[in-house]
Design a protein around this ligand. Structure first.
Ligand SMILES: Nc1ncnc2c1ncn2[C@@H]1O[C@H](COP(=O)(O)OP(=O)(O)OP(=O)(O)O)[C@@H](O)[C@H]1O
Length: 739
């Protein structure tokens, strides 16, 4: 009864669409979007379209509506999913995760914040829980300051992948939290494309830091002064208030219990990166790099080394010379200017990247629950979607690989869950037709033979490995793989679309062309040993802690970036495999961030890259719909005289009578141990229609009776009956309207 006419625009669940074509899916999304209905289901998965305007659907009142209500009885909402995951966790005492995916600007971070807020409001709480809750909520502004940046697509774009566990005790209280971070886009620290900014925190510090703090850190209150802040030529953005955000960050740091020393050291690290960016070089007569003697850059007052807590001369030496250790002596080999810039930038990236991880660890300590009683968790995974626009990005390759893994996880989890459910219900397993992308995951990650292994081998082997030798190795090993092609391997037609330095992967969601230039360097992420040794001894505790774990002996075979990423993804998928999955797929409605605009081409593209059609096919394959006998009976019993108003026998028998009365053919449904399985959504859809009509007829009937009674002055009679009779009357009306 809570569904209003507005909520009935289009179809609320794609599983119920008559035809599962891309055209039908997009037209349904469009219809709903035009009425500000941004959420639509595919079974229990939510598709969300970014409205780019504030909708009045996230109030406390709305939260109350969704608390404890069956998933399909209210209009699709992110709260319905949050609530269902929570209640299933409580009743079944098991672990869950919510995977939020979509391209940049599609609304992933907003969705995950809304879920956190929902739990903050709806879960029971005590003072202790409030503290944990506040810390969880407050970790957001801090992580956003350090991990988000303005990009062309999103003024507050998360430049890292994030997984957050919310831990609940058996009462359903939120008692702790834990965050895992993935692949921060470190390259942004030293370089930003036109129209983009560095991470927010740098601008916040320069704009919002007190005069005293800036003096201490040797900073000018002028973002234009810093090379690392101005490459995108948009340091000041109207939609961002750095000064205010700085206040929120400082406040949040207090909530997550950062003491003065830690806070101070953290700001010093941020400032040191800005100073490092302003270190420039001049060539000497042989073209070797010399530090530019420019007082304005503060190098003279030694700010970079002071803030980093390292010896100034050693840092200067480390930025201009490579130390080569021969058997008995050390030889200093001077850098060219390009090389010196490379080393400076590598240091800035390493410091920032390590500090980010350090920050996540501190936040985790503050949210840690030390009580050892058993907890269940709901994990929120906000992870970058497929990127297809920027060729030549190493990060993009990793991101797309991550999406392949998550698609594989979805396939395994959904099919595994299906199969298990069929077995538990004693129903014969019917193979589902779908594309299994395991072949592509293997292509990327297989030991010794996958792209990452080959990249590693090229990075680590002695001799003159280059990006092009890497490409040649790929061609040798992948030669006739159906999902891999290069200029050399391609047929005539395809060759025209490929450069010589490109390779193309046929991802499950489409083709992406990658350029090999720079792959080796990015994968090595090299920081020279004398610099690493230096920062390991830093007087700044954060810097020291960050680098103390780095292996400077070079004895072990070092792990490259792609391998580290592969391993962390492996751990993540293993952890997720043991949990129950919920999905939110976020779509961007238009590129110009405007409300009310539904760009069909853009939506079609995302529907494809998010694998929505694939998802829909898997959900509809086999038996698309199933429900416990009791629930099925409770809802549809008015549709059959034998079950109305009460069925007193075994629920399964009642359901069988009911569906036979409705004309279900033997092939259209199966009776499991506890549930009825319905093959086509259309069948259920017809039953839903009949139910709605019946409900409407009953309501009309009751109203007519009531009016009739009124006419015969029987209203008074009813009102005069005893309290007991009245209660009975109410109950009768209730059963008639809400059977
Ligand atoms: N449910 C929503 N209601 C209103 N506006 C929204 C909603 N979701 C997103 N937006 C708008 O879109 C912007 C981008 O959303 P968000 O930052 O969540 O994207 P994202 O998918 O996390 O992007 P990225 O991958 O770049 O971090 C938000 O700043 C907000 O203005």
């Amino acid at each position: 009864g809570a569904l209003t006419a507005r909520d009935r625009v289009g179809i609320q669940d794609f599983v119920l669409l008559d035809e599962t074509t891309e055209v039908a899916v997009i037209s349904n999304l469009k219809k709903r979007f035009s009425k500000d209905l941004i959420y639509t289901y595919i079974g229990t998965l939510i598709v969300s379209v970014n409205p780019y305007k504030d909708l009045d659907i996230y109030s406390k009142k709305q939260m109350d509506v969704y608390m404890g209500v069956n998933f399909f009885e209210l209009p699709p909402h992110i709260y319905a999913l949050a609530d269902n995951a929570y209640h299933t966790m409580l009743t079944e005492f098991n672990n869950h995760f919510i995977l939020i995916s979509g391209e940049s600007g599609a609304g992933k971070t907003e969705a995950s914040k809304k879920i956190l807020q929902y739990y903050a409001v709806s879960c029971p709480s005590t003072t202790l829980m409030n503290t944990v809750r506040d810390k969880m909520l407050m970790s957001n502004p801090v992580l956003e300051a350090f991990g988000n940046a303005k990009t062309l697509k999103n003024d507050n774009s998360s430049r890292f992948g994030k997984y957050m566990d919310i831990q609940f005790d058996s009462q359903g209280d939120a008692v702790g939290g834990h965050i895992l971070n993935y692949l921060l886009e470190k390259s942004r620290v030293v370089h930003q494309n036109h129209g983009e900014r560095n991470f927010h925190v740098f601008y916040q510090l320069v704009e919002g830091g007190s005069d005293d703090l800036l003096t201490q850190l040797g900073l000018e209150r002028d973002v234009q002064h810093y090379y690392y802040l101005t490459q995108g030529e948009c340091a000041i953005v109207s939609s961002i208030n750095d000064k205010n955000d700085w206040k929120s960050v400082k406040n949040a740091l207090q909530v997550i219990e950062f003491d003065e020393t830690n806070t101070n050291h953290l700001f010093r690290v941020v400032a040191s990166v800005l100073h490092l960016g302003n270190v420039h070089f001049d060539p000497d007569s042989k073209g070797h790099a010399l530090l530019k003697n420019n007082t304005e850059l503060n190098w003279v007052s030694d700010f970079p080394s002071q803030l980093l807590g390292v010896d100034a001369n050693s840092l200067k030496e480390g930025l201009t010379f490579r130390k080569i250790e021969a058997k008995t002596e050390q030889v200093l080999s001077p850098f060219t200017i390009d090389h010196a810039i490379y080393v400076r930038d590598a240091l800035a990236k390493a410091i920032y990247g390590q500090t980010f991880t350090w920050l996540v660890n501190r936040i985790n300590e503050s949210m840690e629950n030390k009580d050892s009683s058993r907890k269940t968790v709901i994990g929120l995974l906000d992870i970058y979607g497929f990127e297809v626009f920027y060729v030549n990005s190493f990060e993009q390759f990793c991101i797309n690989y991550c999406n392949e893994k998550l698609q594989q996880l979805f396939i395994q989890l959904t099919l595994k869950a299906e199969q298990e459910e069929y077995e538990a219900e004693g129903i014969e397993w019917e193979p589902v037709q779908f594309f299994n992308n395991k072949i592509i995951c293997d292509l990327v990650e297989e030991k010794h033979r996958g792209i990452i292994s080959i990249l590693d081998e090229e990075c680590l082997r002695p001799g003159d490995a280059t990006d092009l030798t890497f490409l040649e190795r790929l061609e040798e090993k992948m030669g006739n793989h159906p999902h891999f092609v290069t200029h050399k391997l391609a047929d005539k037609m395809t060759r025209k679309t490929l450069e010589r330095g490109d390779f193309r992967l046929l991802h499950y969601a489409g083709e992406v062309t990658y350029c090999v230039v720079g792959k080796l360097d990015k994968n090595n992420d090299l920081l020279y040993r004398n610099i690493t040794n230096l920062v390991c001894q830093s007087k700044n505790t954060i810097v020291r802690e960050c680098f103390s774990a780095v292996d400077t002996t070079n004895k072990r075979r070092p792990e490259t970036v792609a391998t580290q990423f592969k391993n962390s993804l492996q751990k993540l998928t293993e952890m997720l495999m043991a949990k129950e999955a919920w999905y939110i797929r976020c779509l961007k409605s238009n590129e110009s961030k405007q409300p009310g605009q539904f760009d069909e081409a853009l939506i079609r593209h995302q529907v494809k890259y998010l694998g929505l059609m694939e998802h829909l096919r898997v959900r509809r394959a086999g038996f698309a719909y199933r429900r416990k006998y009791e629930d099925f009976l409770k809802r549809y019993k008015p549709l059959c005289p034998a079950t109305w108003p009460h069925w007193r026998g075994i629920p399964a028998d009642g359901v069988e009578l009911l569906v036979q009365h409705l004309g279900y053919l033997p092939d259209e449904y199966k009776m499991g141990r506890t549930k009825i399985f319905i093959r086509h959504p259309r069948t259920l859809y017809a039953t839903e229609d009949a139910y709605e009509k019946c409900k409407h007829d009953l309501a009309t009937k009751i109203e007519t009776c009531w009016r009739g009674a009124q006419a015969r002055k029987e209203k008074e009679k009813i009102l005069m009956t005893t309290a007991c009779n009245r209660a009975k009357n109410d109950k009768l009306i209730k059963t008639l309207i809400y059977p």
